[in-house]
Design a protein around this ligand. Structure first.
Ligand SMILES: C[S@@+](CC[C@H](N)C(=O)[O-])C[C@H]1O[C@@H](n2cnc3c(N)ncnc32)[C@H](O)[C@@H]1O
Length: 467
């Protein structure tokens, strides 16, 4: 019996038509599995008769499937659904014809209400297992997962992978197995008016790459329905590059308002950005988040779900209730998603962000908004920890979470409350346990927000209140 889904929603009873994936020559033996639940990851979980855990790609809780073994380790195995023998009531037909081959939407066949319930369960599970919170308290702390917008067409950004196959170049999405690239005609995760941009960019770049033999690491596309800005960013190593041709071909294919080249150096897994070249148009991309106008350069972080970002801002402001006499702190500020709303509501904001271009974006965004009561500092949040007493604090670190020293320094602050925005339940759970050990702040609430429907990812806003 699946544990982490609910039974709401008539649409959950539709039968799947996504074609099952036939066994491949490299696959192992076929297993018959009953899929139990969704974990924090792309695959669902089942067990063999002997009790061994199997991570099942393409499985939906409640399904009985035939699955090909693709990896058999000592403590767990991995398998891939080749046939759905008895579909779960929570299996839906994905509207995307590429869902079974593209790696972008591993939960596309899971009903949306089941996705929301599983995300909350995964956060409760992380707090209990990793943060060692009492299970009953963890369940009380974690709110139901909020749906900020539509479960499809929510993204303002997609990334395309680039693969050379002999003389040809293929530009598309990473495949579901994570080993290759699949071409997709349209990506249903993008805002509806921009879904065909993937095909346009892929076609233009395949042509350019074939005729110029150029290599590209990846391609970022950002598109805003609100400002109508479209940016195409080509990530490449420094060196000769057909700049004018790239600008012309991509411009004709996409009508982009900005085309840039992001220059990177270093080993594949640890590439460093060493510069951004404007090939045509604005050289940056602008989105509206609530009342704020946010301009970001291609390598700067920006939430991919604009309505979701607005929900995060609402939750942070509701939890902190800042007022005009307050001093605020915004660590890991990026281009200012939280800095600007805080600056409008408080007397002063100390912002810290390690990535240079994002600090420049933040300065520009503040200046354009006419806000001069914020101090954006470039550097590591620990080393550049503001030398001020804050009344309210926002932290929004990357996946790795907070350094232990940052938790210690935050715990020495006199603030009324801290809003911790997190994209990783495991590091969030670890850090919340550390906060409670420090003893100054107690976790008041954890609210999951679904910024990434059709995937296992979840964003959380935690409010820590001074004891
Ligand atoms: C999840 S993003 C949040 C950005 C911003 N709050 C927003 O909502 O757009 C995390 C940010 O932390 C920055 N960052 C990463 N490591 C950092 C560090 N050690 N100190 C300060 N900032 C860091 C990243 O460059 C990125 O902009």
């Amino acid at each position: 019996m699946p544990t982490n889904h609910n039974r709401r929603g008539g649409s959950t009873r539709q039968r799947p038509t996504t074609p099952p994936l036939a066994p491949r020559p490299q696959d192992g033996p076929l297993l018959t599995l009953e899929v139990e639940r969704l974990a924090y990851g792309a695959d669902a979980i089942a067990h063999t008769e002997e009790g061994k855990t199997v991570f099942v790609q393409g499985g939906v809780p409640g399904d009985t499937v035939e699955a090909a073994l693709v990896q058999d380790g000592p403590s767990f195995s991995k398998a891939r659904v080749t046939r759905v023998l008895e579909p779960s009531a929570y299996r839906v037909q994905s509207p995307c014809p590429f869902a079974s081959v593209c790696g972008g939407c591993p939960w596309a066949s899971v009903s949306y209400q089941t996705q929301l319930a599983a995300k909350r369960d995964n956060v409760v599970d992380a707090l209990t297992r990793i943060g060692h919170f009492d299970p009953e308290r963890a369940r009380r702390l974690v709110a139901p997962c909020i749906q900020p917008g539509e479960p499809w067409g929510y993204r303002n950004k997609v990334e395309l992978a680039f693969e050379r196959r002999g003389q040809r170049a293929v530009v598309g999405m990473h495949d579901a197995g994570g080993t290759g690239v699949v071409k997709v005609d349209r990506c249903l995760l993008l805002e509806s008016r921009y879904q065909k941009l993937t095909k346009a960019v892929s076609g233009a770049l395949s042509y350019l790459a074939n005729s110029h033999g150029l290599a590209i690491d990846r391609v970022g596309i950002r598109a805003s329905r609100r400002t109508r800005d479209v940016e195409v960013a080509l990530w490449t190593e420094p060196g000769p590059f057909p700049r004018a041709q790239a600008a012309k071909i991509l411009g004709d294919a996409t009508s982009a308002t900005s085309i840039v080249r992001v220059l990177t150096k270093g080993p594949k897994k640890a590439r460093r950005v060493v510069g951004v070249e404007r090939l045509s148009g604005a050289g940056s991309w602008t989105e509206l988040v609530g009342d704020e106008r946010m301009t970001v350069s291609a390598p700067s972080f920006f939430q991919v779900n604009t309505k979701g970002a607005e929900k995060l801002v609402d939750l942070v402001l509701a939890g902190l209730a800042p007022d005009e006499s307050d001093v605020a702190m915004d660590l890991y500020s990026g281009a200012g998603t939280f800095t600007l709303p805080l600056a409008r509501r408080t007397s002063w904001v100390d912002a810290v962000e390690s990535y240079g271009p994002a600090v420049r974006d933040l300065r520009r965004n503040l200046e354009r908004a006419g806000l001069d009561n914020a101090d954006p500092v470039g550097g590591d949040a620990d080393r550049e920890f503001p030398d001020s007493d804050a009344d309210v604090i926002v932290v929004d670190p990357p996946r790795a979470g907070l350094a232990q020293d940052v938790v210690r320094k935050l715990s020495g602050q006199p603030a009324r409350a801290i809003a911790y925005v997190s994209c990783d339940p495991a590091t969030l759970a670890r850090d919340l346990a550390r906060f409670e050990q420090e003893g100054t702040y107690a976790v008041e609430s954890v609210t999951p927000v679904d910024l990434f429907p059709q995937t296992f990812h979840v964003e959380d806003v935690t409010i820590l209140r001074r004891r």
